[in-house]
Design a protein around this ligand. Structure first.
Ligand SMILES: Cc1cc2nc3c(=O)[nH]c(=O)nc-3n(C[C@H](O)[C@H](O)[C@H](O)COP(=O)(O)OP(=O)(O)OC[C@H]3O[C@@H](n4cnc5c(N)ncnc54)[C@H](O)[C@@H]3O)c2cc1C
Length: 279
């Protein structure tokens, strides 16, 4: 199928973009990399009057290195992370996860802001950035808001973005020296969307021991105190201390009733923890 006819605009700054998307007389869609929006347009799942292409806004491609965090513009691409054009403040976690997203052509165009706003439960950024404790800043005509990544995704294909708002940047905290992370994506072929995601971070300097179970039917399940089912993460083999029964209960309580689905997610999390502590 082909998209419906739409007007196209490519503003040069954020104020121009906000002015265009605030037009209440027309149905407007922001386009970043177009990797998710393109298919939706072609299938006519969205039928905007106007597409606002934000890739000409230099501020949305900026990377700013601060003492506690790195702030990246919403249009920084998966490939920018993979190729370390974004400073590595996560001991390789973000570069490694970026490398596992789709294939290079998608990574060249797909953006961190587009992925988070599209809010596909199977996507990678939402899970790893929830694990690391990143946040997003969204801007509208009169105010900006900062929201944790885990709260930005409200549910499947639904982000906390109000009419007239645009996601401007993502703040990534710098992990402590002793931090350990693991990420496991279960999919049939490399680069496919995940059937299950497990992610784990133990960052003693920041007092973080967090586990995330992603690629569920909705937003990732964030366990802020992963020690409740893996101990303090400092044992010789934390993977062995893994309490699969507790994770199964958590998944069942979240509504994951299919036993195979549950098992796939349990294994993904266990492997993520094992990857954090390689033998
Ligand atoms: C073949 C294929 C395989 C893929 N595999 C994976 C995978 O394994 N893992 C994975 O995580 N992803 C995967 N993706 C998705 C890919 O990562 C996309 O790049 C991403 O989901 C969307 O980013 P985008 O920049 O292309 O956004 P777009 O497609 O341009 O936009 C997506 C949505 O976000 C909105 N939007 C975009 N930017 C903003 C902003 N700054 N503010 C407000 N709204 C905004 C748009 O209006 C639209 O609703 C795959 C895609 C394809 C085509």
């Amino acid at each position: 199928m082909k998209p419906v006819n739409f007007d196209y605009a490519r503003p040069k700054d954020i104020a121009g973009a906000i002015s265009l998307i605030s037009d209440q007389g027309r149905s407007v869609k922001i386009m970043a990399g177009g990797q998710s929006l393109g298919p939706m347009l072609n299938m006519r799942l969205v039928q905007p009057d106007l597409v606002v292409d934000i890739t000409g806004i230099s501020e949305l491609k900026a990377v700013n290195d601060h003492s506690e965090n790195v702030v990246v513009g919403a249009c920084v691409t998966h490939a920018d992370f993979e190729d370390l054009r974004v400073p590595d403040v996560t001991h390789g976690a973000l570069a490694s996860v970026a490398n596992g997203i789709a294939y290079r052509a998608v990574r060249n165009r797909g953006t961190i802001g587009g992925s988070l706003t599209h809010a596909d439960p199977s996507a990678d950024w939402i899970s790893i950035l929830s694990t690391i404790g990143a946040s997003v800043t969204v801007a509208g005509a009169s105010a900006t808001r900062t929201i944790s990544v885990e709260d930005y995704m409200l549910g499947a294909l639904e982000a906390d973005l109000r009419p007239g708002e645009i996601l401007v940047s993502v703040s990534i905290p710098k992990l402590g020296k002793g931090a350990r992370w693991g990420y496991y994506k279960s999919c049939r072929k490399t680069g496919e969307f995940a059937h299950a995601i497990g992610a784990f971070l133990h960052d003693p300097d920041r007092g973080v021991s967090r586990a995330v179970i992603g690629a569920t039917e909705s937003k990732p399940i964030v366990v802020a105190q992963a020690s409740t089912f893996i101990g303090d993460g400092r044992g010789s083999a934390p993977g062995k201390a893994f309490d699969a029964g507790a994770v199964a209960q958590l998944l069942e309580a979240s509504g994951m009733i299919d036993q195979i689905d549950r098992q796939t997610h349990i294994v993904a999390l266990r492997r993520a923890i094992e990857r954090a502590y390689p033998a």
